[in-house]
Design a protein. Structure first.
Length: 318
């Protein structure tokens, strides 16, 4: 839920001069502005334009994401409307704590203030946004999360018996990496040349890999240690080369959508089957998450059915 909270605060900016903005939809007479839609849509469009080269496929993806973005904005308005109807309160100290959580995602106070300026958020704007999102979180906790039942022992055992062949932890790998980020305005040719020079050092002195990671990496924390991860947990461009490495082996330069990587394999684990006791907590959490998602979807559908929703600019999703 915290990720949901932080995403909503900093994934869309607020245009203070809303009088110059236009309303594209209303939910129970509460407006959704074009600026909100545009800001929320922007990172998705950037990703689509970078990764989908076929024009027809790109147009299809853009059409879908525009609809998804508008749906998410409507959902948020519906939930906030219900939270206000339920008279859910948020204290000043809770708002302070929420803002402190946001600040904690930035290395310095200066970085935090730059982000506020970039998003055109005043302190009052931020407090109102945090307040509204905390109201929604409380609503979901009260109406959905609190009503999700803990699976019984019989349900846990039944799930294990029906899925025993899947109760296996697949092959896992652990690497350390030196990361060269594609920052805005980065000259990729120059960056790759830098990566080549660092790779040459790593190949010549493999025992100094951690030292080079701390010195040259754009993510030097803990020498870029990823911890153990399985297949499907990382993006394919990064994951596939990692699994091909032997323990102690250093990769060539790996290119992903976010940058160049040099990785060193420091551990591997073979697939391992888990018995019921070892799987119990995973099964319990899985079933509770599944129930939570189903209950949440059902609750939102119910609220949307009861709400008065008007889409005033249908060209945005056509």
């Amino acid at each position: 839920m915290k990720k949901f909270f932080v995403f909503l605060i900093f994934s869309l900016g607020i245009v203070n001069a809303k009088i110059l903005d236009r309303i594209i939809a209303t939910v129970n007479d509460q407006p959704i502005f074009y600026s909100e839609f545009k800001e929320r849509l922007a990172p998705f469009l950037e990703q689509i334009n970078e990764n989908i080269k076929d024009e027809k496929e790109r147009e299809k993806a853009i059409k879908k994401v525009r609809k998804d973005v508008l749906d998410s904005l409507i959902e948020e308005k519906v939930l906030l409307s219900e939270a206000n109807k339920e008279k859910i309160k948020v204290t000043s100290s809770e708002i302070d704590q929420g803002i402190a959580e946001l600040r904690g995602r930035f290395e310095t106070e200066e970085d935090f203030q730059k982000e506020l300026k970039k998003q055109k958020l005043t302190v009052d704007d931020l407090r109102k946004r945090v307040r509204d999102q905390l109201k929604v979180i409380k609503l979901i906790d009260m109406k959905v999360k609190a009503k999700v039942e803990i699976p019984s022992e019989e349900e846990l055992k039944k799930f294990y018996q029906e899925n025993e062949d899947k109760m296996v932890i697949g092959e896992q790998v652990r690497v350390k990496q030196i990361f060269f980020e594609f920052k805005k305005g980065t000259d990729k040719t120059e960056l790759k040349e830098k990566a080549r020079k660092v790779l040459a050092l790593c190949k010549k002195h493999p025992e100094k890999f951690e030292e080079y990671a701390r010195k040259f990496s754009d993510a030097p924390e803990n020498a870029g240690d990823t911890g153990y991860f399985g297949r499907g947990e990382k993006i394919p461009e990064f994951e596939e080369p990692c699994f091909k490495l032997k323990v102690g082996e250093i990769s060539d330069i790996i290119e992903t959508p976010i940058g160049y990587h040099i990785v060193k394999c420091i551990g591997k684990k073979a697939p391992e089957k888990k018995n019921f006791e070892e799987s119990r907590e995973y099964i319990k959490n899985y079933l509770m998450t599944l129930n939570m998602e189903e209950s949440y979807a059902s609750y939102v559908r119910q609220l949307r059915d009861q709400a008065t929703i008007k889409i005033l600019d249908k060209s945005l999703i056509e």
